[in-house]
Ligand binder design. Structure first.
Ligand SMILES: Cc1ncc(COP(=O)(O)O)c(C=O)c1O
Length: 393
C-alpha cells in the first residue's frame, strides 16, 4: 500500500522512549525528560510583539516563496557583518525550519544513486532525507580522539565517483563538538578538491561555550562559496522552534532549484513567523548571550555530575546542548542491558529519566543527554542517573 520510498525510512528512533515517557507521565509518574531538542526558555517578548504587530497590520498573506525581502536582507547582512561574506538575497531562501532547508537542498542536488557522506554520529534526520532524495547515505566513522569530528583523511577515504555531497553539523547534535577553523578548513578543502557539495548545518552557531570560537564555513573564503549550502535558522538561537523558520545560503542555481521545490510543496514559510524572525535578527541581541550563559552554566553542572559517575565517559561538549555519553562499560558488565535502547528504557523505568539511545544517531553504546532543562531539574536528573547507573552493574 505504501510507496517503497516511505517503507524505506523509519520513524524517529526516539519514539519508543517518548511514548513510554508520555505513558508514565499520564500515570502521574514524575519523569525528567532529557530527550528535548529545543531551548526550554520562552521566545523573547520583543519577538512575540513583532509577530502580534504583523498580525494586526495584516501581514498575514502569502509571501514571496523564497521569503520576505527584509528577512533575506537581514540574513545577508548578518553573514556580511559576522562572517565577512557577501550573499545576495537571490542566494538565500527562507524555509519552514532548518529541517526543510536541508530536505530541499538534498532534493535539489541529489539524483538517484548519488552517495552522500554522513559522519557518525549524525543528526537523526540526515540519512532519511538522503534516502527520500533517492541518494545513498554513506556513514563515515569518526574517532573519539578527534571528538568525533570528521577529518579530511576520513572524508577522502570515502569519496568515489558516485559521491555527491557531505553533510557537516557544526556544532554537532549529538556530541556538542565544535570544529576549529583549521579542522574545518582542511575538511572543506578536501571536499572542494573532490568537487563535492558541502551542506553545513550551523543551527547551534550561537550556543558555544568556554573560550571556544565558532567558525562558519562562510568565513573560509570566497573560493569555496560555489560548493557550500549553509543552513541555519532562528529555532535554537532565539528559542523559536515552533515558529518554523530556517534558511539556506547557497549558489543561486541551487537556491532557484530549492525555491521551485518549495513553491510546489509548502510555498513560503509562515508570514507572521518571518516578521518575528526579522525582529529576532535585527532587534536587540542581548537575549542571545543571556541564553548562551544559561546553557553554559547547565553544561558545567552536568559535566561535573557526569564526571563523578565512573562507569560513564564522554567527550567534553563545547557547543549545542547535549552530552553524548559512552555507556559501553555498563553494557559490557550488565547481564540485563545489551544495547543503548535497553539502557534508556531501563533508565526510564527505574530512574525516571528519559534520554535518547545512541543508536538513533548511528552509534551503538551511547546515550544522548539534553541539558535544555532548569538547573533544579538537572540536579535531580543527575542524582537519579547516578543512582540508577550504580544499580545497573
Ligand atoms: C542539527 C539540527 N539541525 C536541524 C534541526 C532542525 O531545526 P528546525 O527546528 O529549525 O527545523 C535540528 C533540531 O533539533 C538540529 O538539531
Amino acid at each position: 500500500m505504501l510507496s517503497p520510498k516511505i517503507e524505506n525510512i523509519s520513524t524517529s528512533g526516539t519514539m519508543e522512549v517518548a511514548a513510554k515517557t508520555i505513558e508514565m507521565q499520564s500515570e502521574g509518574i514524575d519523569v525528567l525528560n532529557l530527550c528535548v531538542g529545543e531551548p526550554d526558555l520562552p521566545t523573547p517578548n520583543h519577538i512575540k510583539q513583532a509577530a502580534v504587530e504583523a498580525i494586526y497590520s495584516d501581514k498575514t498573506k502569502y509571501t514571496l516563496n523564497t521569503g520576505i525581502k527584509e528577512l533575506r536582507t537581514a540574513i545577508s547582512e548578518k553573514f556580511s557583518i559576522e562572517y565577512g561574506t557577501r550573499y545576495s538575497i537571490e542566494e538565500i531562501i527562507v524555509s519552514n525550519g532548518a529541517k526543510q532547508a536541508i530536505y530541499n537542498a538534498l532534493q535539489t542536488i541529489v539524483k538517484d544513486g548519488d552517495e552522500v557522506l554522513i559522519p557518525l554520529p549524525y543528526y537523526v534526520s540526515y540519512p532519511h532525507m538522503v534516502k527520500l532524495a533517492g541518494g545513498i547515505p554513506i556513514f563515515v566513522e569518526t574517532k573519539r580522539e578527534n571528538s568525533y569530528k570528521l577529518t579530511s583523511e576520513e572524508l577522502s577515504s570515502n569519496i568515489n565517483p558516485h559521491t555527491k555531497a557531505v553533510v557537516i553539523c557544526n556544532p554537532s547534535n549529538p556530541t556538542g563538538a565544535v570544529f576549529t577553523k583549521n579542522e574545518l578548513l582542511s575538511v572543506i578543502k578536501t571536499a572542494v578538491e573532490n568537487n563535492l557539495i558541502i551542506i553545513c548545518d550551523e543551527i547551534y552557531e550561537k550556543l558555544i561555550y568556554d573560550s571556544t570560537i565558532f567558525t562558519s564555513v562562510a568565513e573560509l573564503g570566497e573560493k569555496f562559496k560555489n560548493h557550500l549550502i549553509i543552513v541555519n535558522g532562528v529555532s535554537k538561537t532565539y528559542a523559536m522552534t515552533g515558529w518554523r523558520i530556517g534558511y539556506a545560503l547557497a549558489p543561486k542555481k541551487i537556491v532557484t532549484g530549492m525555491s521551485k521545490l518549495q513553491s510546489h510543496s509548502t510555498s513560503g514559510a509562515c508570514s507572521i513567523s518571518q516578521y518575528a524572525s526579522l525582529e529576532a535578527l535585527t532587534g536587540p541581541q542581548e537575549v542571545v548571550e543571556k541564553q548562551r550563559k544559561i546553557f553554559e552554566d547547565r553544561r558545567n553542572l552536568v559535566y561535573k555530575a557526569l564526571t563523578e559517575i565512573d562507569s560513564l565517559s564522554f567527550v567534553e561538549p563545547h557547543g549545542a546542548f547535549y552530552f553524548f555519553v559512552n555507556i559501553k562499560s555498563i553494557i559490557k558488565k550488565s547481564k540485563l542491558i545489551n544495547n543503548s535502547k535497553e539502557f534508556c528504557i531501563k533508565l526510564l523505568n527505574e530512574g525516571h529519566v528519559a534520554t535518547v539511545p545512541g543508536s538513533v544517531f548511528g552509534m551503538e553504546g551511547y546515550l544522548r543527554i539534553s541539558y535544555a532543562k532548569s538547573m533544579e531539574e538537572l540536579i535531580e536528573a543527575m542524582r537519579r542517573i547516578k543512582k540508577a547507573v550504580d544499580s545497573f552493574i
